[in-house]
Design a protein around this ligand. Sequence first.
Ligand SMILES: Cc1cc2nc3c(=O)[nH]c(=O)nc-3n(C[C@H](O)[C@H](O)[C@H](O)COP(=O)(O)OP(=O)(O)OC[C@H]3O[C@@H](n4cnc5c(N)ncnc54)[C@H](O)[C@@H]3O)c2cc1C
Length: 339
Amino acid sequence: MYDIAVVGLGIAGASTLWRGAERGLRMVGFDLGTPPHALGSSHGRTRIVRRSAYEGQSYVEPARRSLRLWHELDAGAAQRVWFHTGLLLLGERDSPLLTSALDQAKEFDIAMDVVDLAESYPWLRNGTAGVLERNAGLVSPENAITAMLDRARALGAAVETECEITDIEPVDGSVRLRARDGVHHARKVVVATGAQETGVPLQLDQLVVPWFWGAQPLSFPPFIHELPDGRRFGGMPNLDADTPAKVMPMRPYPGETALADGVRDAEWYVRTHRSDLDPKAESAFQCLAPTTADGHFHLRPGERDVVHLAGLNGHGFKFGPVLGEAAVRMALEESVSWP
Ligand SMILES: Cc1cc2nc3c(=O)[nH]c(=O)nc-3n(C[C@H](O)[C@H](O)[C@H](O)COP(=O)(O)OP(=O)(O)OC[C@H]3O[C@@H](n4cnc5c(N)ncnc54)[C@H](O)[C@@H]3O)c2cc1C
């Protein structure tokens, strides 16, 4: 019998499978598609990974540990996972984004430099102040999930793709998982089904991701820009010449006009703040960000021998490796101090 079955192999489940396999546990993972894929929230070429944590101070140490694990994963991966680019934080000098980043840099020894925007980033229009977190970067979500699954398989884990789990039921001393091809058993189960989680109250926010041509590969660092009215925009460079750069409003859009509204706002931002990008978005997609009421990630025991890891809240990718570790610990009933 497996020690832990993981249902859902987006970043939360793939990390759990990987970290469990690294501990020598008998692991199996199920996904209704063949990960990495675009059916959940763990796709789209790039994710920002940073050590400063505007989520709060309790996220700084997990961000540090995660960064170490990203480097470890990258070192053994067939395709590049980690891109060391730094992260540019932009805003008014006294904006919450910049002040909290600089405070954390001092308190937690995070390498961060105040930058001369005109000199370093001449393509930036209407910039006010900026700091560069030197050791932040990007991960490729698709390559990250592939690398986690490859590593887990190499350590003996089973990965069942195109396999939807339709029922999870604790029975005596184990948990029964029902799939179309039959029934599977494990001592413990971690449910990491993202927007399809039914056991946890989640709001399904819609994020809009527009893409813009114009920039050379990796010609600017990923950035988060907090405007004086509090709105935030984020962006990431293209990793190669065949793909555009991403610039997105960092807020959810409700309703049927979400895509058009998000693209309009992103095009406004690019027109008014960037001279290096074509201000017309070449394409855009919508993606769900399952969100908890308190804004923190949901890692809790559910029914007997079942743990739920959900609500990664549109910013959980970077914490994937530590969330996976914590999910394994919780499944094994070891103490978990975060989240
Ligand atoms: C546009 C966008 C940009 C983001 N940018 C960043 C960023 O820069 N930095 C950052 O840290 N975070 C970022 N995030 C957040 C992060 O990417 C997501 O929070 C995270 O990927 C969610 O992962 P997940 O594993 O919880 O869910 P998902 O990726 O949705 O995975 C759930 C998986 O479960 C599978 N599944 C569902 N039901 C079943 C079933 N019954 N049986 C089997 N399998 C099932 C699905 O196929 C899917 O693979 C961003 C999110 C979005 C949407």
